[in-house]
Write a protein that binds this ligand. Sequence first.
Ligand SMILES: [Zn+2]
Length: 415
Amino acid sequence: MRRLRAGSKQVIRDINRTIILNLIKANGAISRAKLTELSSLAPPTVSEIVAGLRDQGLIIETAAVVSGRRGPRPVLLELNRDGGVAVGIMLRRDGMNLVITNLVADVIHRANEPFSSAAGPDETLELVVQTVRHEVRAAGIAWKKVIGLGVAMTGVIDRATGVCGESYILGWHDVHVGGILRAALGVPVHVDNDTMTLTVAEQHFGLGQNRDNIVLVTVGRGVGMGAFINGELLRGYRNVGAEFGHITMVLDGPTCPCGKRGCLEAIASDVGIVQAAAAVDPGEYGGATIEELTGLAAAGDVPLRQIFEQAGVALATGVSNVINLFGPELLVLTGEGLRAGDLLLEPLRRTLPRCTFGKRLEMTEIAVKPWDPAWEPWARGAASLVLDDMLRLPLYERSEGRHAVSMGRDNLVPE
Ligand SMILES: [Zn+2]
């Protein structure tokens, strides 16, 4: 259970500071008077917080442009985009993608580093450390401007401790990713499940801005979901919640990479499609990649088109259940599986109205975000964790970030 911070003047100060920072971000540029009005804080409190944020370089003052008005122009407060940088990494099975962003998640530097999936956690995390240092230097950024590192990876991740409990795609178990990287780099490190990071990015800097109920569904090698409901990310007990890919669609159906049978992921993911094609005609499709199968289906191969049709219908069934359960205002669909385009989306669109409850479908905006082969949105999502930490209300005690480093460098980092 998360522990609420005990009531003290410092807690109140931290909360007020976060409220002011969020109001400045949400409004783009705002006057002190408007800030005072919207925050309901006393003017001296607002002034003190603003001075602190300005001294930290997080906000800047600009002069408002008011046409036809004489005299001094009112001063507006804005987030200082260049007040610091966040580094984001998407850790994949066969490499990593890195971005450096400013304080509003604009990407200012990017890099890709391939590595072998056989490399274990020690070797991989050492490579992450080297790559981060190298790329910050290559971008011409002073190290002291780095306000933190965000890491996105598949699996069950405890954001509070930065521990990867289990990632069957990477083959990692109980790896203290956050602790190891924090000890080596000396900056706050935030680690989360990759779909969660995409959801955080969408909520702060994407289509989900100023919305409290958004769901993001990813389809590709796996099927994942991030749900931001009533203003909170849905995590479940021990962060095991939202395993959307492993809801059962067909009892005793095709085998899923998780070991169970008939999961949504076993039918709608790339792995599921490759598996189904090989089962239909081992001679014709056995050993083919998802890219090859997608190409053949797009060219009119009938049995393959049926497999994509099944995948699209299964995805629609799953997505409509999510809409029925959570009633999101926005549902974003993304991931490398969307390279299949209408092969997947046409059956999806056709099936959704058959399974959604009442007027839920009309109430939900559905946005399809095309697949970016460079994985940049994922790395940007990871960087958003750092910015999210800056904007999140500091209500709970935490073991991550700069407030507590629970693990020493000596016993964690191989010399
Ligand atoms: Zn499964």
